[in-house]
Design a protein around this ligand. Structure first.
Ligand code: ATP
Ligand code: MG
Length: 423
């Protein structure tokens, strides 16, 4: 992996040649121990940022001074980008941004980090430095703040969400009670955290294997009501739990943070959440335009779905919105149905299952005739009649399960046109 790549050794060697020490730090060490995929390479280093730049340039590496003021420079190689940050301590903070000072102390740098397993350091040769016994916490699935949890939260309220996010990723119940209580106490501070940071943490949480249990804790400790007040209720949570258990049982359904969010958003008992409101919710949460559109479409499409759809309607919907959007809508609608008693019968659940199967079996189809076919056949010259005839042909084609080919459709239209002209 990237930790043993020759480019990585070049970065470490460049710093050593300049009299400094570099160590991997934070997420990369944690994720390597968890055997997760490694994405960011964070390196801590005891050279001052300007010295780091000189050291890297002397070794012929490409350097970008990404955040000199905060001590971070980035080295770019073919293998990866390396964020190299000078050892720091936080001097003051307003609960959102810290003012930092550089230090020579590895322990000082470790103390400003949030959780014990995020303060792991590692040499190029694999030696691990673990000042707060984070490896044990990691192994035992314990998310534990470094220092006094309440104080650490007051320094940066986003840590509340990080606490739950790491819990969802690899924590084992029960939550660390001290940390969880501190989160409850500090939850109001999340009001001052930017929506973008909240979005990023929430999406990381929603990407975990099975987030519903953690979302439940976030409701219990009064954290979710602060950031997503409309979403923090039990029936919605049941939708999400149900969605996860269904999705986990079916390998064709990939876990999907946006769909999970939609399951939380859509009220089970109320089927007329409209497109407009869903779009606004997405915007407020700072979703990208594409995500906000897909989110709103899930909500509104779900309103069209029920277990007793006719073959004809299923076909139409699949043709109109495509199999992925159809599957999303079925899952949300099914989850909503499952969230309010009485339980669906076995037969009804088989109907839902059949809807998912229809999405899986769907083969893309293309309308066999187009405007120019009508022109060539002399059926129309152009204009509104053309659109109207094409629409009619399409209806006929869909109603006949996409079986009619070009010739049948042309004959059908010729007959319709003749009848129309006789009127
Ligand atoms: P991810 O997998 O999302 O990258 P991460 O823990 O690596 O998780 P980063 O934002 O990449 O998160 O941060 C790298 C390291 O910086 C963390 O492991 C942690 O040591 C420290 N860190 C990040 N955010 C905070 C924070 N809000 N408070 C304290 N330390 C933090
Ligand atoms: Mg990281």
């Amino acid at each position: 992996g990237v930790m043993t790549h020759p480019d990585t050794a070049r970065v470490f060697d460049a710093i050593a040649a300049h009299g400094g020490t570099a160590r991997f730090v934070g997420g990369i060490v944690r994720d390597a121990l968890l055997k997760r995929d490694l994405i960011d390479v964070d390196i801590a280093c005891d050279l001052k940022p300007e010295e780091t730049v000189i050291a890297l340039e002397k070794a012929g590496l490409k350097v970008i001074p990404t955040g000199l003021k905060y001590g971070t420079v980035t080295a770019i190689t073919d293998a990866s980008a390396y964020e190299i940050t000078t050892l720091r301590i936080d001097v003051t903070t307003d609960g959102r941004h810290a003012e930092v000072a550089f230090t020579d102390s590895w322990l000082g740098d470790a103390r400003r980090r949030d959780f014990t397993f995020n303060a792991l350091y590692c040499d190029l040769d694999g030696t691990i430095y673990d000042p707060f016994d984070g490896e044990t916490d990691l192994r035992e699935g314990r998310v534990r703040f470094i220092g006094i949890a309440e104080d650490r939260i007051e320094e940066d309220y986003l840590r509340i969400l990080r606490f739950f996010r790491f819990q969802a990723w690899f924590g084992r119940p029960p939550l660390d009670p001290i940390g969880a209580e501190a989160c409850r106490k500090g939850a109001q501070g999340l009001r001052d955290i930017s929506p973008e940071r909240i979005r990023d943490e929430m999406f990381k949480l929603l990407r975990s294997r099975s987030p519903a249990a953690t979302i439940k804790e976030m409701i219990g400790f009064n954290v979710l009501p602060v950031i997503l007040p409309d979403l923090a209720d039990t029936p919605r949570l049941r939708m999400m739990e149900w969605l996860d258990s269904t999705a986990l049982a079916d390998s064709a359904i990939k876990p999907d943070p946006l769909r999970r969010l939609a399951a939380l958003y859509r009220a089970p008992e109320n089927a007329d959440d409209d497109l407009q409101a869903a779009t606004e919710f997405g915007r407020a949460l700072r979703l990208s335009n594409d995500e906000a559109d897909r989110f709103a479409a899930m909500i509104s499409n779900a309103n069209l779905i029920s277990a007793d759809l006719s073959e004809d309607t299923i076909r139409r919907d699949l043709y109109r919105i495509g199999p992925d959007a159809f599957r999303d809508a079925v899952l949300i609608a099914w989850a909503a149905r499952a969230a309010i008693p009485p339980r669906a019968s076995g037969a009804e659940n088989r109907d839902w299952q059949a809807l998912l199967q229809a999405a899986t079996d769907w083969v893309d189809v293309k309308m066999p005739i187009q405007g120019r076919d009508l022109l060539a056949a002399g059926l129309v010259t152009a204009g509104p009649t053309m659109g109207w005839l094409l629409k009619m042909a399409e209806e006929y084609w869909i109603a006949n399960a996409f079986a009619p080919g070009r010739e049948e459709l042309m004959n059908y239209l010729a007959a319709q046109n003749a009848a129309k002209l006789q009127e």
